[in-house]
Design a protein around this ligand. Sequence first.
Ligand code: YH5
Length: 271
Amino acid sequence: MLGLEQPLVMGVLNVTPDSFSDGGRFVRLDDAVECGVRMVEEGAAIIDVGGESTRPGAQPVGLDEELRRVIPVITRLRLRTQAILSVDTSKPEVMHAAAAAGAAMINDVRALREPGALEAAVNSGCAVCLMHMLGEPRTMQDSPSYRDVVAEVRQFLEQRVEACFAAGIPAERIVLDPGFGFGKTLQHNLELLRHLRELSVSGRPVLAGLSRKSMVGTLTGRPAEERVHGSVALAVVAALHGARILRVHDVGATADALKIVAAVQAPAQNP
Ligand code: YH5
């Protein structure tokens, strides 16, 4: 193929009490599973199930709580859909349990840098998404600075790809991600978006997560719940700059926009 196929949509399924509340501290399992099923119906090829919020300033969650949130959702979605199930975690124990429950991808915002994570990822047989982050979620937005953001993010991804190779994860299982908003100013994010193709270390696919992020808020002046149009526009821009996977909250709207992009890029293959 010529790389002209449509990018894949990865739907974000946050299994946290603020996303699927039972009115208290717990998550409503049924609601989370139905949301995942709906995203597949709307065109998601991948569902990214996460139990720990990595937004700036968010509290870390303990191992037992994270397992309690994500594993039942993965188990139930495995029975309901053919979609690729991804687990958004940095913890080796969660990677292992998620793979056993049917996850085929590990999305780690810490790029397998936690002790035991590389080993857990190799043994899982899963694909891995390696994301760049400057610093830690709690402090990463405190005046991030780079000499050359594109070169530095690329260098980090090269190092993590090497670490994966050394651990026994083959190139075919690796996806790369600049980590929009993770220790980046608006200007850094825009620069990375313009140079997205340069981040494809070893020719591996690039995933872009831009949906509802503060850069959309800054550019449109809108709160998180009104960022659908800005987010879809950014997904289109990312697709035109070579992104192969778009991590989004609004699956149906993004899937429609990406069909348009595909038609423009490969006219002979479309109706
Ligand atoms: C990502 O880019 N992002 S969680 C703040 C928001 C809205 C959304 C202020 N996990 C990524 O989605 N995994 C997250 O409003 C991710 N790439 C990958 N691979 C942050 C998020 C968000 C943060």
